[in-house]
Design a protein around this ligand. Structure first.
Ligand SMILES: NC(=O)c1ccc[n+]([C@@H]2O[C@H](COP(=O)([O-])OP(=O)(O)OC[C@H]3O[C@@H](n4cnc5c(N)ncnc54)[C@H](OP(=O)(O)O)[C@@H]3O)[C@@H](O)[C@H]2O)c1
Length: 361
């Protein structure tokens, strides 16, 4: 008997989407990659090169089919993985809304509360989201370099999944899926919100004066930056605790995803292979701010406020990012209103997303 290959549509033709495409193909899946027609720089390079060459942790060449038409995406597979930044998810949703997706499963990688936005827009068979992208990767002229690959990532479904459906989702990915109770727990496990904005803001002068020519972690995450990161992390952990989740600290979560055993952030920054050689972005207007502040920190701040938790460290980062960039992230980010949670009281919020005594560890 011949097994039919698993087909997967990948929406988002950037480094993370292409890294997933290469890795899934290596593991026997068939993929179709969608690039938004106005965002085709990486896809055009890959087409011009006649295929995709990946080096680093994934040494492989392939010729992934690429489309600019969402109709192809929907017809190719009932599994659609989004790998656009969360700031691009709503553009993609507007395209997806033209189709009947009641039999489809969408997995947003990472989600940053995508499912709470999407469910208000359209009916989708199942909406899932992850905390992070499983790959740390960069692209240049259509060539991919994979610098890090996680051994697990966190995922949750908005709708309840049967054990068979969960197994099918796990079978897509070449790394362990660790199931969370719900999408709020997944958002709180996206530790990029803890790392990125503070590393960017506390190194803003250096980023701008060197055009990012330094190592963001090994040179930029020093003791005082680590102390500030831990203050934000403490709020994230308190929010998790109010829902009954047993979140791990930022260092422990990173360790769990990469199979490391660091005990301190500075030690991680100096010695973690996937982190220590990552160059800083060339500019502070970068998704480390423009994605992680509005779609993670603003959400966590809104949750903390509803739960009666002092979130002044998170607010300080949001306000600093707003002052530095001139953007109003509180307003345009995933605040309680945009996530359709504004009308909920503290108790209703906990009743909806908190763990029941039976689920509690
Ligand atoms: N790459 C990594 O190492 C890494 C690590 C951890 C997490 N992630 C997360 O994984 C996601 C994807 O990462 P990536 O590096 O592949 O990102 P990316 O290159 O910035 O974006 C992926 C693709 O989405 C497109 N896009 C951006 N904004 C869009 C919009 N508003 N509408 C339609 N398309 C849009 C991009 O076009 P343009 O090229 O024109 O911007 C690109 O083709 C992000 O959420 C990122 O934070 C990535």
């Amino acid at each position: 008997m011949i097994d039919t290959p698993i087909l997967v549509s990948i929406v988002g033709a950037g480094p993370a989407g292409f890294a997933l495409a290469v890795d899934l193909e290596r593991h026997g899946k068939s993929v179709l990659v969608y690039s938004h027609p106005d965002r085709a720089r990486h896809a055009s390079h890959v087409s011009k090169n006649g295929g995709l060459r990946s080096s680093g942790l994934i040494d492989h060449s392939t010729k992934p089919p690429i489309t600019f038409d969402m109709k192809d995406v929907v017809e190719f597979s009932r599994i659609i993985i989004l790998t656009v930044p969360s700031t691009g998810q709503e553009t993609v949703l507007q395209e997806l809304k033209k189709f009947d997706l009641r039999q489809h499963t969408i997995i947003a990688v990472p989600g940053n509360s995508f499912s709470l936005v999407a469910q208000a827009e359209m009916e989708i068979g199942a909406i899932l989201e992850t905390n992070l992208s499983p790959y740390s990767c960069r692209m240049n002229q259509g060539e991919l370099v994979v610098l890090g690959k996680k051994s697990l990532f966190f995922m949750a479904s908005l709708q309840r999944l049967s054990p068979t459906a969960s197994l099918k989702i796990q079978n897509i990915f070449p790394m362990e899926v660790k199931w969370c109770h719900n999408v709020i727990e997944v958002s709180l496990n996206n530790i990029n919100g803890v790392f990125h904005p503070l590393m960017m803001l506390m190194n803003a002068g250096r980023i701008e004066s060197t055009g990012g020519d330094f190592y963001l972690y090994s040179e930029g995450l020093t003791r005082s930056v680590a102390n500030a990161i831990l203050a934000v992390d403490a709020v994230r952990l308190k929010v998790g605790e109010a829902f009954g989740f047993r979140l791990k600290s930022v260092v422990e979560t990173s360790n769990e995803c990469y199979g490391h055993s660091f005990t301190d952030l500075v030690d991680l920054a100096q010695n973690s292979k996937p982190h220590r050689k990552l160059k800083a972005p060339a500019d502070i207007v970068n998704r480390n701010i423009s994605e992680d502040v509005p779609d993670l920190l603003v959400c966590w701040y809104g949750l903390a406020k509803k739960l009666g938790i002092n979130a002044s460290p998170i607010k300080a980062v949001i306000v600093m990012a707003e002052m530095a960039t001139g953007e109003n992230y509180m307003e345009k980010g995933r605040n309680m209103k945009r996530l359709h949670l504004e009308g909920l009281s503290r108790d209703e919020l906990i009743a909806r997303f908190g763990m029941t005594p039976k689920e509690a560890p």
